[in-house]
Design a protein around this ligand. Structure first.
Ligand code: SF4
Length: 365
């Protein structure tokens, strides 16, 4: 039976540099630098590392004019589309637009006078630069806090729609929107509500979701629910961890939901006393050794015959642990046997071979 792949809500397609967001575009994976933006060398390195890890878009905080000047150099030394994160100061937004930013995260309602808003939107229109409206439960307007007593999904949606209305007034629809909360229920409800109200692409995230472990669980639940309902066009997993982890978790989420594919997907059994080799140790080593591969390859690493043949049948490469030798499967069929000491080497070799074949096929197309 074919898996039930979530049907995406059709949103307006916008372009962040050369990456399409919304419409029929693949769901993009984002992260954000956590270096000092004024430290150009460190920020460029982190952006390039994030791109290598699979980020489609990277956001950079630009809190001052000094940071805007640094951004100019950063932009010149990187290839991936960059979003600048700006709060309140429209002059910084104008500066980074002059310096080639691909998207500006700024809330029009926080810019100030209509004249200032118009200035930003005029330049954005002229240079075809999208904006990202970002509403966050932690920084909800005071009057909405008073009206609703506490942040809730209605308050967040009302806040978001205020910004949307301003953009509508200026006839500007080249924007995406996020509506975040650290509370999963509130975030999911807010995204569901706003998705019914606007056709702009949605940037999904559970804000301040916590450490690598906690944040991964919270984001997977929240974003998983939304993505399975077809809501969401670009994602950022907010983690109090290395930004590279955000990209890795984002990709795992999309791969798990069969929404996108990239790199080696390892299917492994949890292992038990039936295992005929050390499954966990082997998987950890393979994960590191195969992390550079970008082509889609499935690898089944299973400790014994209970689940080995079944999982290996549907993988590009598989191993079923046995005694005295383990059985390697290629393209779902038993191929040859190996000793424990040769197992990792053989699996790496077979995965590399398949990745190379796939890469050649893509190049020929
Ligand atoms: S596949 Fe075999 S080794 Fe792995 S958990 Fe199941 S019974 Fe244990």
């Amino acid at each position: 039976m074919e898996p039930l792949i979530p049907k995406r809500k059709k949103t307006k397609k916008i372009w962040v540099g050369d990456v399409a967001v919304g419409g029929d575009a693949p769901i993009s994976v984002q992260s954000m630098t956590n270096t000092e933006t004024t430290d150009v060398e460190a920020t460029v390195k982190q952006i390039n590392d994030l791109e290598e890890a699979g980020a489609d878009i990277v956001r950079v905080s630009v809190p001052s004019m000094e940071a805007a000047e640094a951004f100019k150099n950063i932009k010149q030394q990187t290839n991936i589309p960059l979003v600048s994160d700006i709060h309140f100061d429209h002059k910084i937004a104008l500066k980074v637009m002059e310096y080639g930013v691909d998207c500006v995260r700024i809330n029009p309602g926080n810019i100030g006078s209509e004249k200032k808003i118009k200035e930003v939107i005029d330049v954005a229109k002229d240079k075809n630069i999208p904006l990202r409206v970002g509403v966050n439960a932690g920084s909800l307007e005071k009057d909405l806090q008073l009206k609703y007593g506490e942040p809730n999904s209605d308050a967040l949606v009302e806040s978001a729609m205020r910004h949307v209305k301003i953009l509508e007034k200026f006839n500007y629809d080249n924007f995406k929107l996020s509506i975040k909360s650290s509370d999963i229920y509130m975030a999911v409800e807010s995204y569901q509500k706003i998705s019914d109200l606007i056709d702009q692409p949605l940037h999904l995230g559970i804000t301040e979701s916590g450490s690598l472990k906690t944040g991964t669980v919270k984001s997977s639940i929240g974003l998983g629910i939304l993505l399975m309902q077809g809501i969401g066009d670009t994602i950022r997993i907010s983690l109090a961890s290395d930004p590279i982890d955000e990209v890795k978790v984002g990709w795992e989420m999309l791969k798990s939901l069969k929404l996108r594919s990239r790199g080696v997907k390892i299917v492994a059994c949890p292992s038990c006393s039936r295992q005929n080799f050390q499954v966990i140790k082997t998987v950890n080593k393979l994960e590191t050794e195969l992390s550079e591969i970008k082509e889609e390859v499935t690898l089944a690493v299973i400790g014994c015959y209970v689940n080995g043949p079944g999982e290996s049948k549907v993988a590009d490469v598989g191993v079923t642990g046995a005694s005295p030798q383990h059985l390697i499967y290629l393209k779902g069929k038993p191929a040859y046997k190996v000793d424990t000491e040769d197992l990792e080497k053989s699996l790496v070799k077979e995965v590399m071979k398949i990745a190379e074949q796939k890469s050649n096929t893509i190049l020929k197309q």
